[in-house]
Design a protein around this ligand. Structure first.
Ligand SMILES: *Cc1c(COP(=O)(O)O)cnc(C)c1O
Length: 358
């Protein structure tokens, strides 16, 4: 605290990201990164951008990152998405920040689940947006009937985080029809691991915005690229906020790498299928060890052991060099969120758990 702080800064409760330990050799299953490397085309594209000693870095990048918007439109071409229906940002966290200010700050409170991505209440604090949390049902599912209240907007991840539970496109379309007066934001950070994207509904719904990231299914958490897809009037609101904040959110290397990653469909398919296979195997093995595991459509599992305290399990895993995420929050403080690793990492996790539970 300092007398030099603004009153807003005194009131902020910032987001706490999962830890990025410096120790090598840890089995890091705590922040839902992809265990596989990104497409080899990413490093090649970045190296090409850096040719001639990085001469191009002398110049500002394209403020609109048009090549990325075109690549996103190409990728979603079956849904007739045009580059003008795409907004890009420095990670989807930045895209979401602009979404809160541009599309979710109204007189009525916005709605999101009680158990969800913990950055949403942080943005509400930053931008002074009222919000009401809507409890997930007893099975940790979103019930759209519970979102009947008048609202300034609705946002949730699909699949939800940290539960991994998926809401159907039919339910999302019902919600869009019930709330034509406000924007529904579907944060699809994990959709490539098992769901159908709501981008299919963008053409039919003026109040739908879908947010994606290259951090999870494209293995590029370190490059910081995210995007949103929606009808032009929504994208225009985001561009207005972005151009009132930072004209160049994507640097030249990020633009080159993002385009290469989005265009490599073969690598994307292969690695996401590998994660899906490992997830389903790991879920089965955890259940064999006595865990209750929620059905996951994401690259992580949300699991609870009926006889063991979750914080103690997390600590015991940590002693064995394995880090998972534990949230000290109501309703879920007996759960662990475990990122799906590669086969060796999943094996190491299971071996450690067998030892701990023995
Ligand atoms: C990981 C994640 C994000 C943020 O992704 P970045 O693009 O890395 O900023 C957004 N929403 C949810 C639900 C996430 O899990």
């Amino acid at each position: 605290m300092s007398r030099y702080w603004s009153s807003l800064v005194h009131r902020l409760t910032p987001y706490v990201p999962g830890e990025q330990p410096r120790l090598a050799n840890l089995v890091k299953l705590n922040t839902n990164e992809n265990p596989y490397p990104p497409s080899p085309r990413v490093a090649a594209a970045i190296a090409a951008e850096l040719r001639a000693g990085g001469e191009s870095l002398r110049l500002y990048p394209d403020p609109n990152a048009d090549r990325v918007k075109e690549a996103v439109a190409r990728f979603h071409a079956v849904h007739r998405i045009e580059p003008q229906q795409v907004f890009v940002g420095n990670g989807s966290d930045e895209v979401l920040a602009h979404v809160f200010l541009a599309l979710l700050k109204h007189d009525l409170p916005i709605l999101f689940p009680d158990i969800t991505y913990s950055f949403y209440p942080v943005y509400c604090g930053l931008y002074e947006i009222d919000h009401v949390t809507v409890p997930l049902d007893a099975n940790f599912a979103i019930r759209i009937e519970d979102y009947a209240a008048a609202n300034g907007g609705i946002i949730f991840p699909n699949p939800n985080a940290p539960t991994g539970c998926l809401l159907s496109l039919v339910a999302i379309e019902r919600l869009l029809q019930l709330h034509r007066q406000s924007v529904l934001v579907v944060d699809e950070a994990y959709i490539d691991f098992g769901g159908e994207s709501a981008i299919a509904l963008v053409g039919r719904h003026a109040n739908l915005l879908v947010v994606h990231t290259l951090s999870k299914s494209r293995s590029l958490a370190g490059l910081r690229v995210g995007y949103a897809v929606g009808q032009k009037h929504l994208i225009e609101a985001l561009e207005r906020v972005k151009n009132s904040f930072n004209s160049y959110p994507l640097d030249r290397l990020a633009i080159a790498g993002a385009v290469a990653a989005i265009d490599d469909r073969e690598h994307f398919e292969r690695t996401r299928q590998a994660v899906i296979r490992s997830r389903d195997e790991l879920s089965g093995s955890l259940q064999t060890l006595g865990f209750a595991v929620l059905p996951s459509a994401a690259n992580f599992l949300f699991a609870r052991h009926p006889q063991r305290d979750a914080a103690e399990l997390a600590a015991a895993l940590r002693q064995r060099g394995i880090i998972v995420r534990h949230f000290k929050l109501p309703r879920v403080d007996q759960h662990l969120r475990i990122t799906v690793g590669n086969s060796a990492q999943c094996e190491a996790l299971l071996a450690a758990l067998r030892e701990i539970l023995d």
